[in-house]
Design a protein around this ligand. Structure first.
Ligand code: NAD
Length: 355
C-alpha cells in the first residue's frame, strides 16, 4: 500500500528555444516597471542585451554575481536596488546569478524572473546558500522561490562542453539523492528517474556537439526535473560532502559534484537497493555506481579531487567535517569508511564498497 507525503512548490515555467523573447510579456504580467537584470561579469554582455530588450522597464544591470553568493556582493547589489528604485529582478545565469537574485529577494520580497543558463537547478528550490567571512550557511525560505522561470535552450548553447558535463552531473546528483531521501515519494521519484534518463542520453551528445540543440533541450528539461527534486526532498551524504569540500577547500561547485557522486552512491548502495535499480534503469546499465562513473569519465568530467585543488592533508579534516552535523543519510555514517571514500575520491581510485 502506498503512503507518502509530497510537498510541491508554486512554479510558473516557460520552456522552449527562444523562450526568453517572452521576458517582456512576463515583466508586464508581474507589473514590473523597473527591473534590475543580474548576471556574472562573464555574462554581463548578455545581461545588457536582456536589459535592452526590456527598454524603459529595465532599471539597470548588476553584473557582479559570484559563486557561493558572497554577502558583500549582495550588499552592493542591495545599494543598487535602493538607488535605482528597483521593483523586480531578472536573473540570467547559472546558480551564482540565481543565488544573488534569491539573496536580494529574501531581503526585499521583490519578485524574480529567472532564466537559467546552466543545469544546477537552483531556480526550482527554496534554498539559499550565502557566504560570509569564508563560511557558507544555507537556509530554506519560500520567499526566495522565483515567480517565473524561463528555460530558453538557446541560452545554454554557449555553456562550454566541460562545464556542461559537470553541471549536468551536478543536476543528476539531485535526482540520485532524491531517490533515497528520507522524504522520498513516488512523484519526486518519477521526476528523478526521468531527469537521470534524459541527462544520461543528452550529456554525451552535448560533449560531442555543444551546438546540438535537441540534446541541449533534453538536458535543460532534465535540469528542471532534477532541480525540482532538489526543491522537494532533503539531500544526503553526497550533498553534505560537496558542501563541506567546496566550502573548506574552495573547490569549484559542479566539478566537486561530478567527482564525488559515484563514491557517495557506492557508500549508500547497500542501504538503498530500490534507488540503485531506478538509477540503473534510467542509465540503461547493470550497476548504478559503475554506470555513473563511466558516464562521468566518458563526458570528460574531472576524475579526482586532487586535480581540482584539494590538498591531500585535507582528507582527515574533510572526514571530520562530513561527520559533524551530518545530513540524514540512508546508511549510518562510519568514520573510517567515510575517510576512505574521501581518500578514494581525492585520488580518483575506483569506488569501493566502504563496508
Ligand atoms: P555558475 O553560475 O557559477 O556559472 C559558472 C560559470 O559559467 C560562470 O563564470 C558563469 O558566468 C558561466 N556561465 C554560466 N552559464 C553560461 C553559459 N550558458 N554560457 C557561458 N558561460 C556560462 O555555476 P553553477 O554551477 O550554475 O552555480 C553554482 C552556484 O550555484 C554555487 O554557488 C551553488 O552553491 C549554487 N547552487 C545553489 C542551488 C540552490 O538550490 N540554492 C542549487 C545548485 C547550485
Amino acid at each position: 500500500m502506498r503512503e507518502f507525503v509530497y510537498t510541491g512548490h508554486p512554479a510558473r515555467v516557460l520552456f522552449g528555444d527562444g523562450a526568453l523573447a517572452k521576458l517582456p510579456a512576463e515583466v508586464e504580467r508581474l507589473g514590473l516597471k523597473r527591473a534590475l537584470v543580474l548576471a556574472t561579469s562573464q555574462q554581463g554582455p548578455s545581461a545588457e542585451m536582456t536589459a535592452a530588450a526590456l527598454n524603459e522597464k529595465a532599471a539597470g544591470v548588476f553584473a557582479e554575481a559570484a559563486m557561493h553568493t558572497p554577502v558583500d556582493i549582495t550588499e552592493r547589489a542591495m545599494a543598487r536596488v535602493h538607488e535605482l528604485g528597483v521593483d523586480g529582478l531578472v536573473a540570467v545565469g547559472g546558480g551564482s546569478t540565481i543565488g544573488l537574485g534569491k539573496a536580494i529577494a529574501l531581503r526585499t520580497g521583490l519578485p524574480q524572473i529567472v532564466a537559467p543558463t546552466t543545469y544546477a537547478g537552483s531556480e526550482m528550490t527554496p534554498i539559499l546558500g550565502e557566504t560570509m567571512d569564508g563560511v557558507k550557511t544555507t537556509q530554506v525560505s519560500l520567499e526566495v522561490l522565483p515567480e517565473t522561470v524561463i528555460y530558453d535552450v538557446g541560452l545554454t548553447l554557449t555553456l562550454p562542453a566541460r562545464l556542461s558535463a559537470t553541471s549536468g552531473l551536478n543536476a543528476m546528483a539531485h535526482a540520485v539523492e532524491a531517490l533515497y531521501a528520507r522524504e522520498a515519494n513516488p512523484i519526486t521519484a518519477m521526476m528523478a528517474e526521468e531527469g537521470l534518463r534524459v541527462f544520461a542520453s543528452a550529456l554525451p551528445r552535448i560533449v560531442t556537439e555543444p551546438a546540438d540543440s535537441e540534446a541541449r533541450s533534453d538536458a535543460l528539461f532534465g535540469a528542471w526535473l532534477c532541480g525540482t527534486c532538489l526543491g522537494t526532498v532533503g539531500m544526503a551524504l553526497h550533498h553534505k560532502l560537496c558542501h563541506t569540500l567546496g566550502g573548506t577547500f574552495d573547490l569549484p561547485h559542479s566539478d566537486t559534484h561530478a567527482i564525488v557522486l559515484p563514491y557517495a552512491v557506492a557508500y549508500n548502495a547497500p542501504a538503498a537497493p530500490q534507488a540503485m535499480s531506478r538509477i540503473s534503469r534510467a542509465l540503461g546499465v547493470k550497476d548504478a555506481v559503475l554506470g555513473l562513473r563511466e558516464l562521468a569519465l566518458r563526458i570528460g568530467a574531472p576524475k579526482a579531487l586532487r586535480d581540482i585543488g584539494m590538498p591531500e592533508q585535507g582528507i582527515d579534516r574533510a572526514a571530520e567535517l562530513a561527520l559533524s552535523n551530518p545530513y540524514w543519510n540512508p546508511r549510518p555514517l562510519q568514520r573510517n569508511s567515510i575517510r576512505q571514500l574521501i581518500a578514494d575520491a581525492w585520488a580518483g581510485a575506483p569506488p569501493g564498497t566502504y563496508a
